[in-house]
Design a protein around this ligand. Structure first.
Ligand SMILES: [Zn+2]
Length: 321
């Protein structure tokens, strides 16, 4: 054999190796899956597999609850997952006019809002005009349900990944099986495949310049951490709202008359009085505003003429002292 002949032989053998490797794969896999080692180990992990499948089934049922339905929407503002995506995610297509799991809501807004959202998403998500949900009791209920279900899904996903690894480790599957026959392996083990993505709803705040040349975006994912912040903000607002209503309801006519009499029908800021101007409109004002936790008690009330009262509420609104 001359040198060129020898190198040709080597090249032919090298070329044949992968053909032999891939060509015999199905046969080797066939005998592996029928072999005693596989069958013995499979019966050992059977309990783990059935636990895995139970968890997976539960995940599907939680996702089917479709708890995330907020606000009234139009098809233009919200993009819905396609029917195919619904199948992948194993969820029902959302009802018209409701947001659902895995949804993406586009919000067109100004550039400064895009910046604001990046720094303080809670501030903007609690506004109805951006998120489509109200910071009221119903909104709180929706958020809490969504948070609970996503929490379950997060945990279940973690459990599923852990169990899957445990199953495969104790099976001691050869590498070529893992590499080329994963679907067969999963089927033979009786594992019901589970898609492990988490269906966090997403809000995309977007600013487009008039000519459409520049686009700024802030993407907000409603994960459990953000939902917790939203929930505490909404509950805080509900609390404040309730006490404010209570404080206002305590402002009876009798209390108003009592305060005016105490202040001798005189504005406590400018000193104008009904004694000199009989038609003067006097109002009873909360010294510490109700919106800042002030109470409807005589110590926190004063008589003001309408001009001074209006000037004061403007200052409170703009935060100037
Ligand atoms: Zn006055």
């Amino acid at each position: 054999m001359s040198l060129p002949e020898a190198s040709i032989t080597i090249i032919v053998v090298l070329a044949l190796l992968p053909i032999i490797y891939y060509g015999t794969l199905p046969i080797r896999a066939y005998s592996y899956f029928r072999g005693k080692t596989f069958l013995d180990r499979r019966s050992k992990v059977a309990k783990l597999v059935s636990e895995y499948n139970d968890t997976a089934k539960y995940v599907v049922s939680v996702r089917r609850r479709q708890t995330f339905e907020i606000g009234e929407t139009t098809k233009d503002t919200y993009s819905y997952p396609t029917r195919d995506e619904c199948q992948v995610f194993r969820v029902d297509p959302p009802r018209d006019g409701a947001l659902g799991y895995g949804m993406k809501q586009m919000v067109n807004c100004s550039r400064s809002i895009v910046d604001g959202v990046a720094h303080d998403p809670v501030k903007y998500l609690t506004k109805y005009k951006y998120s489509g949900f109200r910071a009221d009791r119903m909104g709180l209920f929706t958020l809490s349900r969504l948070r609970d279900d996503l929490g379950v899904l997060e945990y279940a996903t973690h459990i599923l990944a852990r169990d899957e690894e445990k199953i495969l480790t104790s099976m001691g599957v050869p590498r070529y099986i893992m590499k080329h026959f994963t679907p067969t392996l999963v089927g033979k083990l009786g594992i019901v495949p589970q898609y492990c993505d988490l269906p966090y709803p997403v809000f995309v705040f977007e600013y487009r310049s008039p000519a459409g040349r520049s686009v700024d975006r802030a993407t907000v994912t409603l994960n459990t951490a953000l939902l917790d912040s939203l929930i505490s903000e909404v509950s805080r607002r509900i609390q404040t709202g309730r006490s404010a209503a209570e404080e206002r309801s305590r402002m009876t006519q009798k209390l108003r008359d009592q305060i005016k009499r105490r202040d001798d029908y005189t504005c406590q800021i400018c000193g104008v009085s009904q004694h000199t101007s009989p038609n003067l409109l006097l109002e009873v004002d909360h010294i510490i505003p109700v919106s800042r936790g002030g109470h409807s008690v005589p110590e926190n009330l004063q008589t003001l003429c309408w001009r001074c009262n209006r000037r004061k509420s403007n200052k409170v609104l703009t935060g100037v002292r």
